[in-house]
Design a protein around this ligand. Structure first.
Ligand SMILES: [Zn+2]
Length: 296
């Protein structure tokens, strides 16, 4: 079978598969190749959802079918993985027994053989038989690092989709930059804010538990920049190497107005908030206290 196309990222792979699905032209066997972390297995699971979702907005991720697939309890979606170092013949034989029967309920039965390079020769040969006589309403998805990891006879029966390594998630990066800017703007006007605004700021920080570590690092970088600037100022030097160079003027203004001891106390406050959070203290209280100490 011909290679579809080089693919970048799993979203493109999924839109391609969705087009093939819409046209009823999904091949019986697909091979997803790519390095660890390129999203092959996640894409295979999403594709199984796409094939069997009960909502018009497939894959919705919420219907019974999607939920069962996501938690690996769907009776017609099977995941085979290496048991120990290999995928063994018994695993493929057992799969053969399942595929000999009709699907329970699925529009399309999906078998994901994850890490197919781990099939030993007996297992590969047993799988080959299945690929030669593909069962009805069944799609086999193999994932492997590279196509040369598989026997040429297996390869020739699979449609190949290559996953490129995901170097960075641009959207996520842009989000982080925006959040960073928002935070610096809040910090630059902290000492002039009324108490209710300070509490609202603390609340917004403590709401996002996932981000709090990153946010505290940004706050730390802000006060370290002010400290650095203050030291340079006292020595009559020009300040280089700021972590937040886009805010240089604001940092210099704050450094000019804040005695060194006060800046260092604020830096201490950030460190002790970090320590308390690591020790599982009450997040909201810790952040409230921190914001008060940073503003005061
Ligand atoms: Zn669904």
């Amino acid at each position: 079978m011909a290679e579809i196309a080089p693919i970048v990222g799993q979203e493109n792979a999924l839109s391609l598969l969705s087009v093939l699905l819409g046209k009823g032209r999904v091949p019986h066997a697909l091979l997803f190749t790519g390095i660890e972390g390129s999203g092959k297995r996640a894409a295979a699971i999403r594709f199984a959802m796409m094939c069997n979702c009960l909502s018009p907005d497939a894959p919705c991720g919420k219907c019974r079918s999607c939920r069962n697939i996501a938690s690996f309890v769907h009776p017609d979606v099977h995941l085979i993985e290496p048991s120990g170092a290999f995928i063994k013949i018994d695993q493929i034989r057992e799969l053969g027994n399942i595929l000999a029967m009709k699907p329970y309920e699925a529009k399309m039965r999906v078998v994901i053989i994850s890490g197919a390079q781990a099939m030993n020769p007996e297992a590969s040969n047993a799988l080959l038989k299945m690929l030669e006589e593909p069962p009805d309403r069944t799609i086999l998805i193999l994932t492997a690092r590279q196509k040369s990891d598989l026997l040429p006879t297996i390869l020739s029966r699979c449609q190949l989709i290559r996953f490129m390594p995901v170097l960075q998630n641009i959207e996520q990066d842009e989000d982080m930059v925006r959040q960073h800017e928002r935070l610096l703007n809040e910090l630059s006007s902290l000492s002039s804010k009324p108490i209710n605004a300070l509490l609202a700021f603390a609340e917004s920080l403590s709401k996002d538990k996932e981000r709090i570590g990153d946010d505290l690092n940004i706050i730390l970088s802000w006060f370290r920049d002010i400290a650095l600037c203050r030291f340079s100022l006292e020595k009559g030097q020009i300040c280089h190497h700021l972590r937040n160079p886009s805010m240089k003027e604001m940092i210099e203004a704050q450094a000019y107005n804040m005695p060194k001891e006060r800046i260092l106390k604020k830096i201490d406050a950030v460190y002790s908030a970090m320590k308390n959070i690591r020790a599982n203290s009450n997040l909201r209280l810790t952040i409230d206290l921190l914001v008060m100490r940073l503003a005061g």
